[in-house]
Design a protein around this ligand. Structure first.
Ligand SMILES: Cc1cc2nc3c(=O)[nH]c(=O)nc-3n(C[C@H](O)[C@H](O)[C@H](O)COP(=O)(O)OP(=O)(O)OC[C@H]3O[C@@H](n4cnc5c(N)ncnc54)[C@H](O)[C@@H]3O)c2cc1C
Length: 494
């Protein structure tokens, strides 16, 4: 928890890394000529035997748009203010403004490149006609369950081009007349039929609806239940390496092998209790994105522990890092309760409970849910009707979180609670059975596409595919989360 608080204390620090464009048809990244001497690298690597002291070399990138700024002194009044121009905020702005609704986005750095590396399943972006925003795809993914077993997943995976996606959404926003205000929001106040935001530049802006899309660290949204999140924590690097052992036509979704910890009894014991895996996107034989990841832990696994395990793993795999282009510090709150529904501020993205409680993925789902929320908002604020205040808030929240979707989320949270109880061997057995399921089920689960009935069928099928020990895990460790889920489902449907 301390780590979470220190990483997430407001104001959130701006990440120091940038995006780079990868084109599927051309080499994904052209490595700039370096003036760093080889001596420097060998000194760092031989002294510490790892890559942790190498500094990321990329500089933050900024989009080239002439943004239509809001003039706070003018009489222009927005219908909707969206706080944050991350993937969630911009997608919602693009969608709501399509209905002719006046939208203003507020962000301290609206043109800055998003910092995170986003991975999605290609079919998720294809179904949204966003596949042109992937800069690299792999026809397959693979999972190393242990040293003796690897699963090959016949489902293409892609890396989102932050630049292409942000450009696309920004262009559409501009052509729909979205305005921008460059500031940080400090406070939101609500009146009967409108809300008002107070910005750090002293300006106050009013709108019929304020939507919080300011990410996981937001404290604008209220909860009426204890926030018992799990946390996904990971350390990632985009690195130039001397070589790596990964197939270039497969992305490595999870590597649960632990042979790299053979000479590290302390790390091995910790990993047996709360395991981490390696996630890798190989771009070419010398460029790879590597991320040591704790799928979910509570309390959160210390960040330093993750880094130490990653150092041991890369050494064991014989991966020598020459240069680091980007560093990614990842901390994602998962599961826990939804925000209070309804409330006067609407939310989308990291602050709205959309993140998949069992995987930490969110981008594709946000792209898919923003149009649904936009439609609910348009039904209230569109030209022919003027529904505001409490009715507007209720319709917007129920548009994003209808009962069925809340119940399904309870199931995914049950998945997270189950994963929290599994040690390394239990986790291996779980994924061994999970990826043996009919692809309709495992793919649907990972992409939040299954109905409650389908999730119940998935559970039965998972039990059927599970080994004796895995069944024992389910029977002995799941009753408490199961009872909790049933209780929450009952509350939701009452
Ligand atoms: C390191 C990392 C890697 C991830 N990788 C993946 C992945 O591979 N696939 C996936 O599906 N999901 C991934 N996620 C989860 C999730 O998709 C991302 O966190 C995503 O960026 C959330 O989008 P967002 O728009 O809700 O928030 P953010 O991307 O955090 O954007 C929030 C925006 O709000 C602005 N803002 C913040 N506070 C204020 C304020 N007070 N006033 C005005 N503006 C404000 C910020 O400047 C920022 O522009 C990852 C998360 C992290 C942290």
């Amino acid at each position: 928890m301390d780590t979470f608080v220190s990483l997430f204390s407001p104001p959130p620090p701006l990440p120091t890394k940038t995006s780079q464009l990868f084109h599927a048809s051309s080499p994904p990244f052209s490595l700039p000529k370096t003036h760093h001497s080889r001596k420097r690298f060998s000194r760092v690597q031989s002294k510490y035997g790892n890559f942790l002291d190498l500094k990321p070399e990329s500089k933050p990138e900024v989009l080239d748009f002439d943004l239509p700024r809001l003039d706070p002194s003018s009489r222009f009044r927005s219908d909707v203010i969206i706080i944050g121009t991350g993937p969630a905020g911009l997608r919602l702005a693009e969608q709501v403004s399509q209905y002719g609704i006046k939208v203003c986005c507020v962000d301290p750095l609206p043109l800055s490149m998003w910092p995170n590396n986003y991975g999605v399943w290609v079919d998720e972006f294809e179904s949204l006609e966003l596949e042109s925003c992937l800069d690299k795809t792999w026809p397959m993914a693979c999972v190393h369950i242990d040293d003796n077993k690897t699963k090959y997943l016949d489902r293409p995976y892609g890396r989102v081009s932050r630049k292409k996606l942000k450009n696309l959404l920004m262009e559409r926003c501009l052509s729909n007349g979205v305005k921008f205000h460059q500031a940080k929001v400090w406070k939101i106040e609500h009146k009967e039929f409108e809300s008002l935001i107070l910005c750090d530049d002293g300006n106050e802006l009013k709108a019929s609806l304020v939507v919080d899309a300011s990410g996981f660290a937001s404290n604008f949204v209220e909860y009426n239940k204890p926030r018992n999140h799990g946390y996904q924590i990971a350390h990632g690097i985009l690195a130039e390496v001397e070589g790596h052992p990964f197939d270039l036509d497969k992305m490595l979704l999870m590597d649960w092998r632990d042979s790299h910890l053979g000479n590290e009894p302390y790390l091995r014991t910790g990993n047996s209790r709360i395991p981490t895996f390696l996630y890798a996107m190989p771009f070419d034989s010398n460029l790879v994105f590597l991320e040591e990841t704790s799928l979910v832990s509570r309390p959160v696994l210390p960040y330093m522990e993750i880094k130490k395990r990653m150092v041991a793993r890369l050494r064991h795999l014989g991966i020598r890092v020459k240069r680091i282009l980007e560093v990614e510090k990842c901390l994602i709150p998962m599961g826990g309760p939804l925000p209070r529904i309804p409330q006067s501020v609407m939310a989308i993205g990291g602050t709205s409970g959309i993140v998949h409680p069992s995987t930490g993925y969110m981008v594709a789902r946000t792209m898919a849910l923003a149009p649904i929320l936009a439609e609910a908002i348009a039904e209230c604020l569109g030209s022919s009707r003027m529904i505001r205040g409490k009715s507007l808030h209720q319709r917007a929240w129920n548009g994003l979180w209808p009962i069925e979707r809340r119940c399904v989320r309870e199931y995914y949270s049950f998945g997270m609670e189950t994963l929290l109880k599994l040690d390394l061997n239990g986790t291996r057995r779980f994924f061994d059975a999970f990826f043996d399921l009919d692809p309709y089920y495992w793919q649907g689960f990972l992409s939040s596409r299954l109905s409650l009935t389908e999730l119940a069928l998935l559970s039965l099928s998972l039990f059927g595919h599970a080994s004796f020990l895995s069944r024992f895990d389910i029977v002995s460790k799941c009753p408490a989360p199961l009872v909790k889920m049933i209780g929450n489902l009952a509350l939701e449907t009452m």
